[in-house]
Write a protein that binds this ligand. Structure first.
Ligand SMILES: Nc1ncnc2c1ncn2[C@@H]1O[C@H](COP(=O)(O)OP(=O)(O)OP(=O)(O)O)[C@@H](O)[C@H]1O
Length: 285
């Protein structure tokens, strides 16, 4: 059995720091992401969500501290088939149809031929001899999951932005990821599609034990997550279930809880600045 499947935690970070350009974007994060659930990564634009997701996906340079993903250091080659990372920018070839895109990626990823005896994916990793054949069944299932069956024959160039994002998500579902890292997957989608995707996320977590880390800056998506990591300006403000965060802050909504946590952090910063000034004044006497 895979070592990571015994671990109740999928991602562990300790004092995680990332510098991009000249700016320290992540400023010492400590957190865990539980295995097999939907964890939301929420915070305002520019707070560092994408940077954190890139670090977890193992493609972010200049990261220090500890970051362990599925029991291995982030970026380990062995993690590649276990992580599905969907970026904000859709990664599909515009001159191919949706189906051709999925068939191409299925071939590249070595997605196994559908085998009804094995049940629904994910079914773990198969011997090399059984990999490599493109699975029409898997492509069809991924198309259905993201509600793009009726657009299978459309050129990706002719899709709307939301449809292209869903095509990228379908690519991530082709493999058998243990961890799905989704950067704002519901941006630009109408409420019906958003609801459908959230149902899919919970199905993947509940029925297949996939861990999902989903970023959003829309606080009304918070209540769809089992746990939340609230970020602001490269730091983690809070970590807990939506109900815990509301209770801890005495707020009615997660958005209000977030704003109270921001105010508390600002007050703490101001107090720290005042202490520093007092100390400097003392030094100069
Ligand atoms: N390549 C880069 N060089 C320098 N700074 C960068 C680079 N990429 C991002 N940043 C900075 O890092 C910070 C965090 O960016 P990041 O994309 O992680 O934020 P985010 O929370 O995902 O934002 P959004 O919700 O808008 O996608 C921002 O201040 C951004 O300007």
């Amino acid at each position: 059995m895979n070592k990571s499947s015994l671990d109740p935690v999928s991602v562990r970070a300790h004092d995680l720091r990332v510098t991009r350009g000249r700016v320290q974007v992540l400023k010492g994060l400590d957190f865990t992401v539980r295995r097999g659930g939907v964890t939301g990564l929420l915070g305002p634009s520019g707070c560092g969500k994408t940077t954190l997701m890139r670090a977890i996906a193992g493609i972010q340079a200049r990261a220090t501290g500890t970051l362990e993903v599925l029991g291995r250091p982030a970026g380990s080659p062995a993690l590649r088939p276990l992580i599905g990372y969907v970026t904000q920018a859709p990664s599909v070839y515009l001159d191919l149809t949706v189906r051709q895109n999925l068939e191409y990626y299925a071939a590249v990823l070595g997605v196994p031929r559908a085998d009804p005896a094995m049940g629904a994916p994910p079914w773990g990793h198969l011997p090399a001899a059984r990999l490599g054949a493109v699975s029409r069944g898997r492509v069809d299932a991924a198309l259905a999951d993201v509600d793009l069956t009726s657009h299978a024959g459309a050129l990706a160039a002719d899709l709307s932005g939301g449809q292209r994002s869903r095509a990228s998500l379908a690519v991530a579902l082709l493999g058998s990821p243990e961890l799905l890292v989704l950067d704002e997957p519901t941006v630009g989608l109408d409420p019906v599609l958003r609801r459908g995707l959230w149902e899919l996320f919970h199905r993947l977590a509940g029925q297949h034990g996939v861990t999902l880390l989903i970023s959003s800056h829309v606080m009304d998506e918070a209540d769809r997550c089992e746990r939340l990591l609230l970020m602001r300006a490269g730091r983690l403000l809070a970590d807990g279930t939506p109900a815990e965060l509301r209770r801890r802050t005495g707020a009615d909504t997660v958005e209000e809880a977030f704003l109270r946590l921001v105010d508390d952090a600002d007050d703490a910063d101001d107090a720290g600045d005042a202490d520093d000034s007092a100390a400097r004044a003392g030094e100069s006497v």
